[in-house]
Design a protein around this ligand. Sequence first.
Ligand SMILES: Nc1ncnc2c1ncn2[C@@H]1O[C@H](COP(=O)(O)OP(=O)(O)O)[C@@H](O)[C@H]1O
Ligand SMILES: [Mg+2]
Length: 634
Amino acid sequence: MKRRPSPTVNTKAALDDIIDIFSQPLRSQQELDEADESSTDDESDAASLTSRSFGDKSDVAETRLGEDLQDVPPPPSGKHEDVDEDDEVSVGNVSRPMMAGVDLPEDKEELPPVETQNVQPLQPQRGITPPQQFVMPEHERRFNVNCMTPIEERTETSIFQHSQDESSFLQSPLGDSLRFRRPPPQQEQPCTPLRQNRSIQNLGSSPFEEYIPKQRSLPTVKKPPIPAKRPTTTTSEKPPTGPIIREEQCNPQDYAIQNQIFDNLRPAIDTYEGFVSAETETFNKVPSIEKFIRTLSSKENGATTQISEMRIQLGETEYLIRKKLGQGAYAPVFLAECARTGQLRAIKVEKSPPRKWEFYLMRQAKRRLGVSRAATGMIHALGLHLFQDESYLILEYRDQGTLLGLVNFVKVSPIGGETTGVMDEVLAMFFTVELLRTVEGLHARGILHGDLKPDNCLLRLDEGDLTVPYCRYGSGGWSQKGIALIDFGRGIDMKLFPENVRFIADWKTDEQDCPEMREMRPWTHQVDYWGLAGIIHSMLFGKYISVRWEPMGTGKKRWFLREGLKRYWQGELWREILDVLMNPGLVMAEEVGLPVPLRLKECREKMETWLEENSERGMGLRTMIRRIESSRKP
Ligand SMILES: Nc1ncnc2c1ncn2[C@@H]1O[C@H](COP(=O)(O)OP(=O)(O)O)[C@@H](O)[C@H]1O
Ligand SMILES: [Mg+2]
């Protein structure tokens, strides 16, 4: 496929460069080949993201994505021309050998009897069943082990507020205002990509003033012959590199910063496959979608109503709205069925204002992860329909609910050896390893998730039995099981910022946020490390993280969990990982500054080793995973 023609910026420097280039003697084929080879890294390194094309094969190479894209309308002609096959991202962490699978008989071990102390009848579920509410096995549905308060999803402004489908969860002591991470409602400035005739005065702080276009007409300069091997690569096409944002300290959620990024991003966001811009049109469908969703839930509750379906047309695809999956700050996430193919999609709607940031982040992350184990740890963003008033992010749908749902499920239906209402330690360690692998992969490629918490982790338990005991390399079905991250709306692309950038949060914070944020100090990777510590805490203790600190001298603090680890847990492993995640600045032995990938990897590998040696103990990890899978079957 051809590389997309590059946009033009007219500058004197650009003109001088071109004249220089064309005045150089022609290089031999061997020299050109060498130059090609040495440039490969640049091309695959997203540091040159402004020159990258998107939505290419790496976006579609895996699993079901080929099908997934079928309902994404084809881009207007020419869009595919963005894609340069040489732009493939290098394969991430898949270099480990695969172990031969061994077929073992399926473990049919039964659940231990449910502890009947303190049990109460379960409240019948009302409204739409959100995916995170597990379907209980029939024999357990009558009981509710009242050992711990369920924790509930914290959304942006609806933190702990009840939606109809979350009625069984308790209210949080935290207020609504805790996460106003979005910009105040305002009309989104339409993205204004650099145009061919854009004058230098209009460039503002664009770092791409020196960008030299391929097609610029220079009648006085004779064009050298283009080498046959790579007709699209000439020296004059050397992409602009470097960060778009020059500030070394900023609020990454700042709307002006995001606009600046979109204005200067090359290729522009509207060339990404699946991006459909109708920014001049008003869609205004959210009120009727919400009304329809309310009708659906009242129907589930026995009300008789005539309206049985609602369809929305997004680009060339017509969707039937099936149910609400979650509630964002201003609009819902709903399940939709493609009317033509029957494929299911999660659609995340945003309004006041509509947003394209999450789509950008997810595409970048997926692309940079390439075909890797880490890449399976996040959901695919298949498309974005951007209107003046609303945006519709089309996502791969997973129907097994969230880690938060599982944490709540085990309170009433013990899955492993634990009868205490919390997740079995072995299961918690398995999910921790899965999360670490994905987050390590994202960080290594310059992406911060920015909002790691149990309700942003979907269960990824794909079909296929686990035929061998736990295997870190993924064989025997293990690569099919894990987590898929969602909700990249608060994500950060470090490649857009200078290397030494640090961020400042200007939103209200709480104990779920890293200490740097809470103390208005600058941060980067701490946001995800603390998020991971919070997820581990929720798995081990069934509640949100609660911490204390001890002075370390020189004004530094060391953070600890308030809760004590159980004596029979792998205390050393948990203490080590939690210490790294909560005190990354104190544990940098070989690493200077953040991130601390080596320390994290070391901790993950110790856990993998422990799992390989112990996963079959007691009920066994495989049996626990099978039990979760069957609890999710209709
Ligand atoms: N791809 C998906 N598949 C299944 N459920 C999803 C998907 N995306 C989101 N959800 C559900 O919707 C909820 C809210 O989505 P999320 O992207 O986290 O929005 P918010 O930014 O409002 O937190 C999630 O917690 C999850 O329950
Ligand atoms: Mg969320």
